[in-house]
Design a protein around this ligand. Structure first.
Ligand code: SF4
Length: 304
């Protein structure tokens, strides 16, 4: 197991299953109420037409076929045998319960799939959907991933998220009532947010003792409102050193038991406007490890 100064998701999976388990992203063809007018029109200002999805997903293929393709790649690359089906782009609970059940069942029917990770928005989690997820959580490894980005309502408005922090807290409370594990997605380096505000969001996550957190570096993509603002010179992005410092500050303040599912990200090469240094993901991750070692600190060291 990789020795880390933070609670790395792949290590948690290894502890749980006794070997490596790989996540495979699938695009099940969902929409998003923030894009189709259900809540707002136009979507989050950083979101591109792929709905914040990974490169190469093809919703024209069935969920099972996408998993099969992903499995073959993972088997070739890592000799992997077990997988988590990650319903990633758009809002993967934005459909009636019966439609959701069909798609999640299809994923679990694929040989070697031992769990589900469901990415969604906090306002797409009515009680009947949470009941359905709780049913899956009793028989498979299930993570509910909720896009939050920031705990500051002013930031959420600026991003045109179409929900506030209270909406996240409400969804989290109802998910926890059902025993679901929740991973919150946060973005570091959002326009208009300073260091202290980012750490305030972190302290909120620590106070809530979240089961998991994904830290995303803000990626500016072409074809987005944020991309247009960047090209007009209206916003700046973090340099690598600032991001590494910030990520370490955040790790120190998170609860030590919170699973870190992501610490940066490599944006789609063909659409990424900035920051281009983020394409060297391993360099960033190594720099975070080195900075934690230099400080001789670890996750949770400064958790209140
Ligand atoms: S909630 Fe997700 S899919 Fe919807 S507009 Fe925002 S980033 Fe895009």
């Amino acid at each position: 197991m990789e020795a880390k100064r933070y609670h790395l998701y792949s290590n948690q999976l290894k502890e749980q299953f006794g070997h490596r388990v790989h996540k495979i992203s699938v695009d099940a063809g969902f929409g998003c109420p923030n894009r189709d007018g259900g809540r707002e029109q136009g979507g989050c200002i950083f979101c591109d037409p792929t709905g914040s999805g990974s490169v190469g997903l093809d919703h024209r293929l069935s969920v099972a076929a996408q998993l099969q393709v992903g499995k073959e790649i993972m088997q070739r690359k890592y000799k992997a045998q077990q997988f988590i089906a990650y319903f990633q782009p758009f809002s993967n609970t934005y459909a009636p319960v019966e439609a959701l059940r069909r798609l999640y069942d299809e994923a679990l029917s694929v040989d070697g799939v031992v769990g589900l990770a469901i990415g969604t928005r906090p306002d797409c989690l009515p009680d009947d959907v949470l009941d359905l997820l709780a049913d899956y959580a009793r028989r498979t490894d299930l993570w509910l991933e909720i896009g939050l980005q920031s705990s500051h309502d002013a930031t959420l408005q600026r991003l045109r998220r179409g929900h506030d922090y209270g909406c996240f807290l409400d969804a989290l409370a109802r998910a926890r009532l059902r025993g679901l594990r929740v991973c919150a997605h946060l973005i570091l380096g959002l326009p208009g947010e300073n260091h202290a505000e980012i750490l305030a969001t972190t302290d909120e996550m620590a106070r809530l003792r979240l089961d998991g957190v994904k830290l995303h570096l803000l990626h500016i993509l072409s074809g987005t409102e944020l991309g247009a603002a960047y090209q007009r010179g209206e916003i700046a992005v973090l340099d690598q050193e600032s991001y590494v410092t910030l990520a370490c500050d955040v790790l120190e303040r998170l609860h030590p038991a919170t699973v870190i599912q992501r610490l940066t990200g490599d944006g789609p090469r063909d659409r990424l406007l900035a920051p281009l240094w983020s394409l060297k993901k391993w360099e960033v991750l190594n720099a975070i490890d080195a900075e934690l070692a230099r400080r001789d600190t670890r996750q949770g060291e400064r958790c209140g």
